[in-house]
Design a protein around this ligand. Structure first.
Ligand SMILES: *[C@@H]1O[C@H](CO)[C@@H](O)[C@H](O)[C@H]1NC(C)=O
Length: 325
């Protein structure tokens, strides 16, 4: 039992880190990058708090003092919960969770959410029956926090603890409730790919997503889906999505560029060169062409030889002669 509790303690401490990583998995738009900046700040403050951990409180009194001096710090509250779990005092840990939720200022949303997530984990570990106990906390949390974040947090827990069926059910609810969210659909696709679901199933999810997502998110959704497919062992599916997109938008250098990046990662030089040759044949504005030739040259510099590099430069020269003529 003791070891069991220790594990949970470690688990709770790791939670922030895992949440950060999950958040960072899909970075596409500028907004995402801005969000990532914000997360990095959190990351730093988490590190600072870790440094404080050197003098880890040892007693109930010490924890009481700490939560009085830093009432908004979910980190301290969660440590307090973990401390009590370590003493096998589940009831007391629950009551600390409740106190944390009452005490943390309403404007400190992230801090509050962290406590809710710790509370899910507590019930997931100690609740009886656990599904019911987790669900009760979840129902409360969605009323107080940004529902999308709460759903994602519960999902994260199901994924980490490998409760795949529950994750699947939750995804079904999420893709109904947040059906215009690209991020949620992509998470579902990523999850299904990692579960090794068959191509037909993945396609049905993609089609449902396309029916629900606003037109403005279509390219982002499809290109990100293609990247996921490349990364999850079905590159041929990813390829056909990129080809489809590029038939519609042959001048989108950004799409060509990520498509090439995926092939470079897989490493088939013939396929990669064929793509570069196709794209450098297009008649695109000089600035875009310059970008593509540079990319091609960089590729040959690290994967080809001098002769290959010269060939690329020759092509670039020909292009600039034609475009100036
Ligand atoms: C708790 O958070 C609120 C809102 O952000 C802030 O006004 C308050 O000063 C914080 N309390 C402490 C003790 O830091």
């Amino acid at each position: 039992m003791k070891n069991h509790q220790k594990l949970l303690l470690m688990f709770l401490l790791l939670l922030f880190v895992v949440l950060l990583i999950l958040e960072m998995q899909i970075v596409t738009s500028v907004q995402d990058i801005v969000e990532r900046g914000a997360l990095r700040e959190q990351d730093i403050s988490a590190l600072e708090e870790k440094a404080l951990q050197k003098d880890k409180p040892q007693t109930l009194d010490e924890f009481e003092m700490l939560v009085r001096s830093s009432p908004n710090s979910s980190f301290i509250w969660i440590n307090y919960m973990a401390f009590l779990l370590d003493l096998a005092d589940v009831e007391k840990a629950r009551s600390v969770a409740e106190r944390a939720l009452k005490t943390i200022n309403i404007r400190e949303e992230e801090e509050k959410l962290n406590v809710w997530v710790a509370y899910f984990n507590l019930e997931n570990e100690c609740g009886c029956p656990r599904e019911h106990a987790v669900n009760k906390i979840f129902q409360r949390a969605v009323q107080y926090c940004d529902p999308k974040k709460v759903y994602l947090a519960l999902l994260g827990m199901y994924e980490i603890t490998e409760q795949h069926e529950l994750a699947d059910e939750l995804f079904e609810r999420m893709t109904k409730r947040f059906k215009t969210s690209c991020k949620i659909w992509l998470r579902r696709i990523q999850f299904s790919l990692k579960q090794g679901r068959d191509v037909q199933y993945i396609k049905s999810i993609i089609n449902r997503a396309l029916l629900s997502l606003p037109q403005s998110k279509r390219i982002k959704f499809l290109s990100q889906t293609a990247i996921l497919e490349f990364k999850c062992g079905v590159p041929e599916e990813g390829r056909s999505i990129f080809e489809l997109l590029l038939r519609e938008y042959p001048k989108r250098t950004d799409l060509w560029s990520v498509y090439i990046d995926q092939e470079v990662r897989l490493g088939d030089t013939d396929v990669i060169r064929a793509l570069f040759d196709r794209v450098t044949w297009l008649s695109l504005p000089p600035k875009k062409m310059k970008f593509l030739f540079k990319k091609y040259l960089a590729y040959e510099k690290s994967h080809g030889d001098r002769e290959r590099m010269e060939l690329v430069m020759q092509k670039a020269t020909e292009y600039s002669k034609i475009s100036q003529a």
